[in-house]
Design a protein around this ligand. Structure first.
Ligand SMILES: NC(=O)c1ccc[n+]([C@@H]2O[C@H](COP(=O)([O-])OP(=O)(O)OC[C@H]3O[C@@H](n4cnc5c(N)ncnc54)[C@H](O)[C@@H]3O)[C@@H](O)[C@H]2O)c1
Length: 382
């Protein structure tokens, strides 16, 4: 008798939307390494947040097929599902920055809601005949804990049964997408799963988000902006742990089920700022070459990076606390994070120090110029 854990898994053909973004790019690397016999197709519009450099080595060696395009392009999505024989959609593509959603909510509704609708319609057309779904297909929708709103200090963490209460245009657009996926499961029987994850951090994170922004600004002696009192609490998860969680859900998650995913690592933003500063201070103390590379960093002259902290006006409607109860995914799928906040942040700081070639072109605009030459401006391409 064959042990099911030893049985060879069937080869899958994945369409990863947003696979040039932060989590999507890490997921593509994770999947290519763990499942080398599967086929990976990335569909990404390369907005300001996408960075092809994250997956370029995999594209160059033929492990990933990259398609530049928009998830709201129904004809393109349908053609991809049919031509590439896609059996699994892992849907990361989104507008994801809360501040941008406050300034331009329409773009969030378009990509996050209309884009998800486009994928759902195409998936049903490709995978469902006369009400019967092709065996082995799966739609996994990657969502956020922000759909649940804000917690009071002593309130129980979010779990799968927590009512939705999105507060920002970003959270509302993700909530709308989640509800569409749920409706496709309920109405049409779509074999789908949803994960609502807490704040991710780690390599390949666009430097407008808190942790990479802190690292890059500190290295250049620029202010470290902290919203309000900095006491907003988030539950932090190292990005490769999130990728492992999605892998488990795709492998063993129950169709129609939602999983909340978190790191059991609640910390106030100001604590994160101080931790990152201490890590950079320590790296400079250990490695004199960093002083040559980043002479404007306070640590280069023996001063603490936390001297750069600058409290700025709080974000409108800023949620105070998010926290995840990961009991279901731990009990049903055996998921536990491998990184603590201390080990994950340490890895992250080291990654940014070792990979200036990834983030420098993003910061100085040369990456955008290159993308425009290759693909034209996003607005004119989609
Ligand atoms: N970052 C987090 O902490 C976090 C936590 C929980 C859930 N999520 C969710 O995970 C997913 C990925 O988040 P991220 O932080 O990697 O985002 P990101 O902004 O880094 O990446 C988004 C990617 O989607 C692409 N994209 C945007 N609009 C597109 C469109 N219309 N068509 C095709 N591609 C498009 C972008 O080019 C980019 O590569 C999102 O759905 C987000 O809501 C993020």
């Amino acid at each position: 008798m064959v042990d099911s854990a030893m049985a060879p898994q069937r080869a899958r053909c994945l369409l990863v939307t947003g696979g040039a973004g932060f989590i999507g790019g890490n997921f593509v690397q994770h999947w290519a390494e763990r499942h080398p016999h599967d086929t990976l197709v990335v569909l990404d519009a390369l907005t300001y947040a996408g960075n092809l450099a994250t997956i370029q080595p995999l594209v160059d060696r033929g492990a990933v097929a990259f398609v530049h395009g928009d998830i709201t392009d129904a004809a393109l999505v349908s053609a991809l599902l049919a031509d590439r024989a896609i059996d699994t959609i892992v849907h990361f593509a989104a507008e994801s920055h809360v501040d941008r959603s406050i300034a331009d909510p329409g773009a969030f509704v378009h990509t996050n809601i209309v884009g998800t609708l486009t994928l759902l319609v195409a998936a049903r057309a490709a995978w469902c005949r006369d009400g019967a779904w092709t065996s082995g297909v799966r739609f996994h929708h990657v969502s956020t804990d922000e759909v649940f709103g804000s917690l009071a200090p002593n309130e129980a963490p979010f779990r799968e049964t927590t009512p939705y209460a999105p507060n920002s245009p970003y959270a509302a657009s993700k909530a709308g997408a989640d509800h569409l996926v749920r409706a496709w499961v309920h109405t049409y029987g779509l074999p789908a799963t949803i994960s609502n994850c807490s704040n991710n951090y780690g390599p390949y994170h666009f430097p407008e988000k808190l942790i990479p922004l802190l690292i890059v600004n500190a290295l250049h002696g620029k202010p470290l902006p902290v919203y309000g009192d900095g006491q907003q609490v988030r539950d932090w998860l190292y990005v490769t742990d999130h990728c492992r969680a999605i892998d488990l859900i795709l492998d063993r998650g129950e169709e129609g089920r939602t999983y909340t995913v978190g790191g059991r690592a609640e910390h106030a933003n100001l604590d994160i700022v101080h931790l990152v500063c201490s890590l950079i201070d320590a790296r400079f103390a250990d490695d004199p070459a960093l002083t040559q590379r980043y002479p404007d960093c306070p640590a280069a002259r023996g001063a603490p990076c936390r001297s750069l902290v600058s409290h700025v006006t709080d974000r409108a409607g800023h949620d105070r606390r998010y926290a995840i109860d990961p009991t279901r995914i731990a009990a049903e799928l055996g998921f536990e994070p491998t990184e603590t906040l201390a080990t994950g942040l340490s890895r992250t700081v080291d990654w940014y120090l070792a990979n200036e070639a990834w983030w420098r072109p993003v910061m100085d605009g040369s990456y955008r110029d290159w993308i425009s030459q290759q693909y034209g401006d996003r607005e004119s391409v989609s």
